[in-house]
Design a protein around this ligand. Structure first.
Ligand SMILES: Nc1ncnc2c1ncn2[C@@H]1O[C@H](COP(=O)(O)OP(=O)(O)OP(=O)(O)O)[C@@H](O)[C@H]1O
Ligand SMILES: [Mg+2]
Length: 246
């Protein structure tokens, strides 16, 4: 599905340059469920934007389904994105003055002539929000907004779904509901990449990638032992948070 080689992304800042990605090699097969972790500023979102064809690398190559997307113009990239990719942003990115349903339908406006509203309702149904179709984003809870964002990401029936901290702003119960949706999407054959700093979320994938300073420092399958280990770490972190909060 994805073949990346020596991806670099530099951001010139005055006399300085930020090396957000400093040479990333990555292969992701169809149907994989991958999680990406790493400290703030390590390049996770930058990598996601490039994998999701929202942005281009400064150098290096990226193949998506055999097509060399790193050489494409922005217009060609948009075509690939609309046809194959669903993106869930760190900050939802919903349009506030229009309904949940219209937000979900937005990707179809760019791809088709007449928009089939039943596709939007179907996507909202998939995330359990059919009853909220007419609500504006500010008439929805945080978890519901995130589910609208997921419905928007899947309305095109993409084969590749990228989600940047999809549970970051949610309580743990709502976070579990969101993860359940990803499991269902995965079971229907989608390839999924999720960025998270929560180890219990990361543990649900079958592969874990850790980033640091624009590099991948670990890339490993998650076996049962590792899963237990990650869940135990998540428990410890939660206990610590509760202690410092009280
Ligand atoms: N548009 C930009 N212009 C300049 N520097 C940027 C830009 N976007 C990101 N950076 C820098 O690139 C580095 C990687 O940023 P990125 O957003 O990929 O980090 P991240 O791992 O997603 O962090 P977080 O966990 O906080 O979301 C950071 O040092 C950041 O300051
Ligand atoms: Mg980020």
């Amino acid at each position: 599905m994805i073949r990346a080689a020596q991806l670099r992304k530099d951001y010139p800042m005055g006399d300085d340059v930020v090396h957000a990605l400093a040479g990333v090699d990555l292969l992701i097969g169809a149907g994989e469920f991958v999680s990406i972790t790493g400290p703030s500023g390590s390049g996770k979102s930058t990598l996601m934007h490039i994998l999701g064809c929202l942005d281009r690398p400064t150098s290096g190559t990226l193949e998506f389904r055999g097509a060399m997307v790193s050489a494409m113009t922005p217009r060609q990239l948009a075509r690939v994105r609309n046809a194959h990719i669903g993106f869930v942003f760190q900050t939802f990115n919903l349009v506030n003055r229009t309904s949940a349903l219209d937000n979900v339908l937005m990707p179809l406006v760019y791809t088709r002539g007449a928009v089939d509203r039943s596709l939007g309702l179907k996507a909202l149904e998939q995330v359990g929000l059919a009853k909220r179709a007419r609500h504006l984003p500010n008439e929805l809870s945080g978890g519901e907004r995130q589910r609208v964002a997921i419905a928007r990401a899947i309305v095109n029936n993409p084969d590749f779904i990228l989600a940047d901290e999809p549970t970051g702003n949610l309580d743990s119960r709502t976070g579990e509901q969101i993860m359940q949706i990803f499991h269902e999407l995965r079971a229907s054959g989608k390839t999924i990449v999720v960025v998270t700093h929560e180890m219990d979320v990361a543990a649900q994938a079958d592969r874990l990638i850790a980033m640091m300073d624009g590099h991948i420092i670990e890339d490993a399958r998650i076996d049962e032992a590792r899963r237990m280990d990650l869940l135990a770490t998540a428990q410890r972190v939660k206990r610590l948070h509760r202690k410092t909060a009280s």
